[in-house]
Design a protein around this ligand. Structure first.
Ligand code: C5P
Length: 222
């Protein structure tokens, strides 16, 4: 039988991209498929957890035994994450949150201008969801992701500290065939003074191994 070490534990996972509206028909987003986050949700469920997924717009389904909150923008995802805090033991931020959104969302479709070849869109910073969750007074055990192209360890450890996380799962997105929008992934997981390597495998297997590490470190939390 599978390891039931998360029995009764409330796990909240953000997954997928966010969509930042520009006007009623246009938005800013990214290529995140949500596969890694959804694989983590299934792995947590099979270990006995009560699982909630806060999902950006993705074309994936979940078992009905997983609670799903659908959101579009980073601000909606942020609100859903903060609302879930009283019921969260472990928070895993797998979503590819847009760093910026349009300062102004036009209520009507923007028209192409005949008299100019360029227009300017002003962007403002979105809230950092996991940093705000990790700094809440009732903070859960917090796990973040870091997609890096170089100096993976240094950047991941920097994010771990800056965002006040318990664990960070880093992947090298400069290596082909893994990570972003791919079927496979490989991760190096860092705690303040520990590291664990998860070799290249399909996202389901990588998710199972990552959840085992999370569950063990959660048990050992101080
Ligand atoms: O700083 P960076 O975007 O690389 O950090 C990635 C980690 O932070 C991921 O866990 C991601 O889900 C989370 N994040 C977030 N809210 C943001 C930006 C990133 O929760 N606005």
């Amino acid at each position: 039988p599978t390891d039931q070490s998360l029995a009764g534990i409330n796990v909240v996972i953000t997954a997928g991209p966010t969509q930042e509206a520009i006007d009623p028909v246009r938005y800013i987003s990214n290529h995140s498929s949500g596969k890694m986050g959804f694989s983590l949700a299934n792995a947590a469920l099979s270990m006995g957890a009560n699982v909630t997924v806060i999902a950006g717009p993705v074309n994936l389904t979940l078992p009905t035994t997983i609670k799903r909150l659908n959101v579009k923008s980073a601000r909606e995802m942020h609100q859903a994450a903060l609302d879930s805090l009283p019921m969260t033991d472990i928070f895993i931020a797998c979503a590819a949150v847009a760093d910026y959104r349009a300062e102004e969302v036009h209520s009507e479709k923007m028209k192409k201008k005949a008299d100019t070849d360029s227009i300017t869109l002003t962007l403002v910073k979105n809230p950092d969801i996991i940093a705000d969750v990790a700094n809440a007074s009732n903070r859960p055990f917090c796990v973040g992701f870091a997609a890096e192209t170089n100096d993976v360890e240094a950047y991941a450890l920097g994010k771990l500290k800056r965002k006040n996380l318990d664990l960070i799962a880093a992947n090298d997105v400069s290596v082909g065939g893994q990570g972003f929008n791919s079927e496979n992934n490989a991760l190096t997981v860092f705690a303040k003074d520990k590291r664990f390597d998860i070799g290249l495998n399909n996202k389901k297997e990588v998710a199972t191994q990552l959840l085992k590490i999370i569950s063990q470190q959660y048990e050992m939390r101080s």
